[in-house]
Structure formats: structure tokens, C-alpha cells
Design a protein around this ligand. Structure first.
Ligand code: ATP
Ligand code: MG
Length: 549
């Protein structure tokens, strides 16, 4: 039974209980004109989730009525993303273009019923005669063409005998309607271009608002879930399905779209970033696309959890991106093995530790999950620690390494800094330290050492590229409209460092995720990482400490 945890699920549960529907069928209807983003994840989780919970079906249907903007690349990426998110559509991948013949026949029926006509006004005339929110539109001089004339003209449109833009087929409803969507909306236009699915078969293409309800009806969709901006389109959705004898009359239900701060969720804008090479493709880990978030290391479970937490409502709002990051952290905390990586290496030589000696320290892969087992961390005379863990002149409260001070090496010994070596420019280049050999896994006698820092053997550690990702925009509302959203691109959203990683990480396969202790969560890059030559992406920091740079 579907749990009525939002108004849509309540409606679906009621429709099943009342017997209005025996089986629920929903659909996810992307237009293949770009990659899916976090907003689509909400729609996917809703449509597939409702169907799954109600024991019904969910179709994947490409709304492919704009061939010039669509491509096979997008079709493939969208399928990959839906599956990666953990959902499987019922039956074959469907296309609105599968129904082009049926849609054409319905248009002919509308003409025969006197409910559609070919309008030969220019685009400007049509716009001028549409009216405004406060003024009614004006009837087209072609509105009263006879059925025969309309049939003949529509046949000519279809046959390619008329020029693009010379006319359109319009539904004949009411030019004075208070709802502009009912002022004789265009339903077919001439576009003399090939289509990725139907090739050269058509040179007229149906409009989205005409295609969508009919495709829903042909698939016997029970609940057609869409975002709030389609509320004003619902009267036309219902008009079409009431006017034509369709096999079903699905119910359109609108919900609030997802907006996330520090993010843009518009395919058109994301495409600009890709086209203008401001990011490295749609799956750049900085992108709020599903494939970008995947590459960044966001687990599919955390995206589903996020969509569950934000819920489904009727009122638009903006969700804090911190909530998404929280869901990512929460999942990784309990699933990602720990490892050590030094992102900004500073050399440490342990003067009292035998040269050439390699001690194999065993450490748990996860502090709370012993079933994950252990890894071996080599300990040697020469090590790297992070530059940020040493301060010559420490600020107040600094608990890490200082000249003359002691610190614990995580999983290792306590060391003391005896000497600081600098280059001619006065920069610290090496620390000479002594190692308290009695402190492996033990506290020292008679003194407390508070700080713990991570480290990697200089001799056995491995150099690896680490890509430090951060939020793509510095402003909470890059999309607000008064300023070009691209001016808010965060120049520090990607910082590449040559890190030194513990050798156990060499085994990482693409997409393996880790917590680099004290640094954050990292994921072996899907495209560029190879076993033996890993490249890691920072998925998210350990805590929510984000501030604009
Ligand atoms: P965009 O504005 O990014 O181009 P779109 O709505 O044009 O998005 P479609 O491919 O038509 O993209 O969307 C497929 C489905 O995803 C639609 O049902 C749409 O309502 C839904 N969807 C798109 N963006 C969001 C969002 N931000 N929140 C929730 N659902 C969304
Ligand atoms: Mg759309």
C-alpha cells in the first residue's frame, strides 16, 4: 500500500481505494535536449517512487518534439542516469515520436470536428492578435476556413509543400479566454528537419502541449505529474482529452519544482556552461547534473534520501544545498572506508627512526564496521604531513605540530618537532622530528598529547592527482535574473593538487568512495582514475563549514 505522505500519494491511494484505478501508471517525460539535473531527480523519485509504492508502472518517455535541440547523446545519458538513480522503467523506452501517426490522425479528427484550423497569419500577426493578460485576443482572419480547406492545407503542410513559418495548425477554442493557453493554441508547425527517431518521415511536428496529453492518454497513464508552471496548461490538457475520443483521460497533478540555492536547475543554462567551456562537459563534477554529481561521488542513495526529505508540496521554495550535502555525508559516514591522504605535503624526517625500516601498521578500514576489515599502512623514517598541520607561530588554540611540540600521528606514534628547515625564501621545507617509540597504540607516560594529525610514508606513499571541488556558484541565487548567472561562477570551484596517498588506495576502482581522514569524502574519478593510477575527486568536506571564498 502506498503511504500517503504527501498530497500526490494521498490522491493515488484514494484512487486505488475508491476503485477509480486498479493499477497506477505514471511516466517520467524528459525532453532529450540536455542532461538531467537535481530537479529531475525529484521528478524521477516521485514518478518512479509512486509507481513502485503503489505496485504500478512507470514509463520512461522521451518528449521528443523539438528535433533540432535533441540528440542521441542526451537520450543515452538520460537512460543511464535514471538507472543509476536506481529505477527501471516498465516496458520499452518510449518516445512521443512513436505516436506521431496517431497524433496526426487526432489532428485530422479535430479539423473534421471544426475544432482546428490552419492559420496563415505571420508569427508577428499571431503574437499581436493573441492579446494580453488583461485584453482578449482577436480572431484570425483564417479562423473560419472550411473543413475541406483546412484538410487540404494540413495535407499540404504534411507533404512539405508549404514553407516553414507560412502557417500552423491551431486548435479552435476561444480567443477571448482568460487563459492565454486556450486562445487557439498552435498544435502543429512546419519544421523541415530530420528527427533522431523518425528520420525524414515528417516535416511537421506537433507542439509539446498537444503531444503530452495525447501521449499520456495513449499510454493509459493514470496520474500525469508535472511541475506547477503547467497548472495553466491543464485546461488545454483536459480540453483535448474531452474533445477527442482517447483511450483514457489521465489526471494532471502539479507539484512544486525543486530549486536549490547556489545552483542553477535549468538545462538551458547548464548547456551554456558546457557550450562556453566554463565546465568540462555535462558530467563535470561541479555540475548539478545527475552525471556530474555521480562523478563527484554523490551516492544514488543520498540523492533519493534528499528527494524524500524535501517532500512534495504545492508551494515553490528554495532548498538549502547544505541539505543535499548533509544527505551525502550521512550516507558516506557509514559506508566509506577510511584512508589517509596528504593533500599539501610537508616532509618530516624522524631522526631516531632506522633508515630503510618499514613497519606495517594495521588499521581498521572503518571504526564502526569491523566487517570492512583492515588495511596495512607502512610507517617509515620519512613521512609527509599536511602543511596546514604545522605552524611555526601557532595561533591560539592550535593543537597540531609546532616547533618543540608533540603531536600524535594517526594510527602511529607520537612525534616531536626538533628542527625546522627552510629554503632561501624562508619557506618551511622540512621538519626534523623524533619519534617516541613507546607510543604506538599507547599513551605516553606522564604527559598528555592532544593533537592528532594524518600522514603518509614518503617512501611508500603514492603521488596521486586530487581534484578539490567546491560549489560552482558563490552566490545563493545565481539564477535570480538581474545579473548574468555566469558572473557568479566560483573561480575556486576546482583546485587540483598532487597529493600523497597511502598505498592501499592504489587498489581503488573508479567510483570507489573513501573518507580521507580529517579531509573529507573522496571518490575515484569515473573517467580518469585507473587502478594503479588513481585520480580522486573531493565529494564533500567532513562538516558543513562552507563560506564564500
Ligand atoms: P529545464 O527547465 O531544466 O529545461 P524541463 O522541465 O524543460 O527542465 P524536461 O526534460 O521537460 O525538463 O523535464 C522532465 C520532467 O522533469 C518534467 O516532468 C519536469 O516537470 C520535471 N522537472 C524538470 N525540472 C524540475 C525541477 N527543478 N523540479 C522538479 N521537477 C522538474
Ligand atoms: Mg520541458
Amino acid at each position: 500500500m502506498i503511504e500517503p505522505r504527501d498530497f500526490i500519494r494521498t490522491q493515488v491511494a484514494d484512487d486505488l481505494a475508491s476503485g477509480k484505478h486498479k493499477k497506477v501508471i505514471t511516466r517520467f517525460p524528459p525532453e532529450p535536449n540536455g542532461y538531467l539535473h537535481i530537479g529531475h531527480a525529484k521528478s524521477i523519485c516521485l514518478n518512479f517512487g509512486v509507481a513502485l509504492e503503489a505496485g504500478g508502472e512507470c514509463h520512461l518517455r522521451f518528449d521528443d518534439t523539438n528535433p533540432e535541440k535533441e540528440s542521441q547523446e542526451y537520450i543515452d545519458a538520460i537512460q543511464r542516469d535514471v538507472e543509476w538513480l536506481g529505477f527501471k522503467w516498465t516496458g520499452p523506452v518510449r518516445y512521443a515520436s512513436d505516436y506521431f501517426d496517431a497524433l496526426h490522425d487526432y489532428a485530422v479528427q479535430l479539423i473534421r470536428m471544426g475544432r482546428a484550423y490552419v492559420d496563415s497569419q505571420s508569427a508577428e500577426e499571431m503574437r499581436a492578435n493573441r492579446g494580453t493578460l488583461s485584453e482578449p485576443g482577436k480572431n484570425s482572419p483564417y479562423r473560419d476556413r472550411s473543413v475541406e480547406e483546412n484538410l487540404a492545407l494540413f495535407a499540404q503542410m504534411r507533404a512539405g509543400e508549404l514553407d516553414e513559418g507560412s502557417c500552423v495548425l491551431r486548435a479552435k477554442i476561444d480567443m477571448a479566454s482568460g487563459n492565454i493557453n486556450l486562445r487557439d493554441p498552435a498544435i502543429y508547425r512546419i519544421r523541415k528537419i530530420a528527427h533522431h527517431q523518425t528520420g525524414d518521415k515528417w516535416c511537421i511536428y506537433p507542439m509539446y502541449d498537444y503531444t503530452h496529453p495525447l501521449s499520456d492518454a495513449l499510454e493509459h497513464i493514470t496520474h500525469s505529474l508535472c511541475t506547477l508552471e503547467f497548472e495553466d496548461h491543464r485546461p488545454f490538457y483536459d480540453w483535448l482529452l474531452d474533445t477527442l475520443a482517447t483511450p483514457a483521460h489521465p489526471q494532471q497533478i502539479e507539484f512544486a519544482r525543486l530549486n536549490v540555492n547556489y545552483t542553477v536547475t535549468s538545462k538551458r543554462k547548464l548547456k551554456q556552461l558546457v557550450d562556453e567551456k566554463l565546465v568540462n562537459g555535462w558530467d563535470d563534477p561541479r555540475m548539478p547534473t545527475i552525471s556530474g554529481m555521480r562523478r563527484r561521488g554523490y551516492p544514488a542513495e543520498s540523492l533519493r534520501e534528499f528527494c524524500k526529505r524535501i517532500g512534495i508540496t504545492k508551494s515553490d521554495g528554495v532548498v538549502d544545498v547544505g541539505m543535499l550535502e548533509f544527505c551525502v555525508r550521512e550516507h558516506l559516514e557509514n559506508t566509506a572506508p577510511r584512508a589517509m591522504a596528504v593533500l599539501r605535503p610537508l616532509k618530516v624526517v624522524l631522526t631516531n627512526y632506522p633508515a630503510g625500516q618499514v613497519e606495517e601498521i594495521r588499521a581498521a578500514r572503518h571504526p564502526n564496521l569491523p566487517e570492512m576489515g583492515e588495511r596495512v599502512i607502512p610507517f617509515t623514517r620519512e613521512l609527509f604531513i599536511d602543511r596546514a598541520d604545522f605552524e611555526e607561530v601557532p595561533p591560539k588554540g592550535f593543537k597540531r605540530l609546532v616547533p618543540g611540540g608533540e603531536v600524535r600521528l594517526r594510527n602511529g606514534y607520537i612525534i616531536k618537532c626538533d628542527e625546522v628547515l627552510k629554503n632561501d625564501a624562508g619557506e618551511v621545507i622540512e621538519l626534523r622530528c623524533s619519534c617516541d617509540m613507546a607510543t604506538l597504540g599507547k599513551n605516553p607516560e606522564g604527559r598528555k598529547v592532544k593533537g592528532v594529525i594524518h600522514w603518509v610514508s614518503a617512501e611508500k606513499g603514492v603521488v596521486a592527482e586530487v581534484r578539490l571541488y567546491d560549489r560552482l556558484f558563490t552566490d545563493a541565487a545565481p539564477d535570480r535574473g538581474d545579473v548574468d548567472f555566469k558572473t557568479f561562477i566560483n573561480p575556486h570551484a576546482l583546485d587540483v593538487v598532487q597529493a600523497v596517498i597511502e598505498p592501499s588506495l592504489l587498489e581503488a576502482a573508479p567510483e570507489d568512495r573513501f573518507q580521507f581522514e580529517r579531509e573529507g569524502y573522496f571518490c575515484a574519478d569515473l573517467a580518469d582514475s585507473q587502478p594503479g593510477k588513481p585520480v580522486f575527486n573531493r565529494t564533500v568536506g567532513l562538516r558543513d563549514s562552507w563560506k564564500p571564498a
